[in-house]
Design a protein around this ligand. Structure first.
Ligand code: HEC
Ligand code: HEC
Length: 353
């Protein structure tokens, strides 16, 4: 009989109960199939990647159409930045998969930031945000880019003051929050978070295959799925329908002085040094760049990295081991990753008050 919770989750709980305040590993049930899974194995595996229905919104910040409409306007409004020229969508550009296509983001005063802009999708199911997980909710996250001196360089007070000076915002906030004093820092971040939770990946060929449409996936992508969950061990970390375990790993990339999650863990916790959040693999921009600092420019380079197994160092995840993949197997893996992308949904830009 399987335990109710996967062992790694139980272990993570044990760590938390013992006083740990950071997640060392919360790996969800990874696939353990080897090279040639049987049809039965495939059916069981498929269940682990089935998309859920609906979108979860926290009780403390339930979504309403009015709140989402307001959040969308705020997301696209450059008045949230000190210069008046940078909105969230400047970096999280919907036509570039809610990212910017750059190796690393460009911030206030054209400063090159240390990390890449992560694409935004399926964040409603996330539990830790930013590459190092330092924000525990989207509400908390939204303050960070607004107030960071090298991003939008504002204060929340100034944001509120500016929005109060725009007559069109008062009714939008009132419809969304109905408070006496609806334009507040709290409501700005609540509306932004509610809007971001509505950004959900569309149905990809892979999803149609999971639902039983055999022809939705070519033989190459199906072989790629078997590799992904078997020999290549990708699903050890890219698990579940979002293809992330929401945990942090050092995968042995070229390291600079960015310790990632390691910045928040005691130095004795070696595994968190150079550990970054496992990104989702849905709707990957096929042309890259990839990783927290965009250091790998192509999908071929990513696969080559996993073939070599990453730099051996004490923090390297124990799930990282060199794996020999033939040219055909690399193609199959790529075909599988491509099958996780849905056609982008049409987006209507908001009307800014
Ligand atoms: C200057 C470019 C830039 C702007 C402007 C910007 N972001 Fe980001 N965003 C980034 C970068 C870079 C990261 C990764 C930061 C890190 O990990 O330290 C990020 C991370 C995020 C994340 C975490 C995603 C994840 O997968 O964990 C969210 C959510 C987000 N931004 C929302 C916003 C919102 C909301 C705004 C506007 C209020 C905004 N961003 C403005 C560049 C930007
Ligand atoms: C030990 C856990 C782990 C394993 C195993 C693993 N990954 Fe990753 N993957 C990660 C983490 C963590 C990152 C982000 C690392 C960073 O930016 O520092 C990542 C990044 C990626 C990216 C870049 C995504 C982006 O948006 O930048 C791709 C693509 C990817 N992995 C595919 C794979 C494939 C294919 C395999 C199997 C061959 C695999 N991964 C195995 C944890 C893992």
């Amino acid at each position: 009989m399987r335990p109710i919770l996967p062992i790694p989750v139980l272990l993570a709980w044990a760590v938390l109960l013992c006083g740990g305040t950071y997640v060392v590993t919360a790996r969800s049930d990874a696939a353990t199939a080897t090279d040639g899974p049987s049809q039965q194995d495939i059916t069981a595996l498929k269940e682990r990647f089935r998309r859920p229905d609906g979108v979860p919104h926290p009780k403390a910040n339930p979504a309403t159409p009015e709140k989402v409409t307001l959040g969308k306007a705020l997301f696209f409004d450059p008045r949230l930045s000190r210069s008046g020229s940078v909105s969230c969508a400047t970096c999280h550009n919907p036509s570039l998969g809610w990212s910017d296509g750059l190796t690393r983001a460009v911030g206030f005063g054209m400063v090159l930031l240390p990390r890449r802009t992560p694409p935004m999708r399926n964040l409603a199911w996330g539990s830790a945000f930013q590459w190092d997980g330092r924000a525990d909710s989207l509400e908390a996250q939204a303050r960070m880019p607004i107030t960071a001196p090298d991003e939008m360089n504002m204060s929340m007070d100034l944001v509120v003051e500016r929005l109060k000076a725009v007559p069109g915002y008062a009714p939008l906030f009132r419809e969304a929050f109905g408070d006496e004093e609806p334009i507040s820092a709290r409501n700005v971040t609540a509306a932004l978070a509610a809007f971001q939770r509505t950004l959900v990946s569309g149905k990809a060929p892979f999803d149609r295959w999971i639902e039983g449409e055999e022809a939705a996936l070519g033989a190459d992508a199906r072989r790629g799925f078997a590799l992904f969950t078997g020999k290549a061990n990708c699903a050890a970390c890219h698990s579940g329908w979002r293809f992330t375990d929401d945990s942090f790993h050092d995968i042995g990339l070229k390291a600079g002085d960015d310790l990632g999650r390691g910045k928040f863990a005691p130095p004795s916790v070696t595994a968190m040094r150079y550990a970054f959040k496992t990104p989702s693999l849905r709707d990957l921009r096929m042309q890259g760049p990839y990783m927290h600092d965009g250091q790998l420019g192509s999908l071929d380079a990513v696969i080559e990295h996993y073939v070599e197994g990453g730099e051996r160092r004490p923090s390297l995840s124990f799930e990282m081991k060199p794996v020999a993949l033939s040219t055909q197997e690399r193609r199959d893996l790529t075909a599988f990753l491509e099958s996780l992308a849905a056609d982008p949904a049409a987006l209507t830009l908001p009307h800014l008050p």
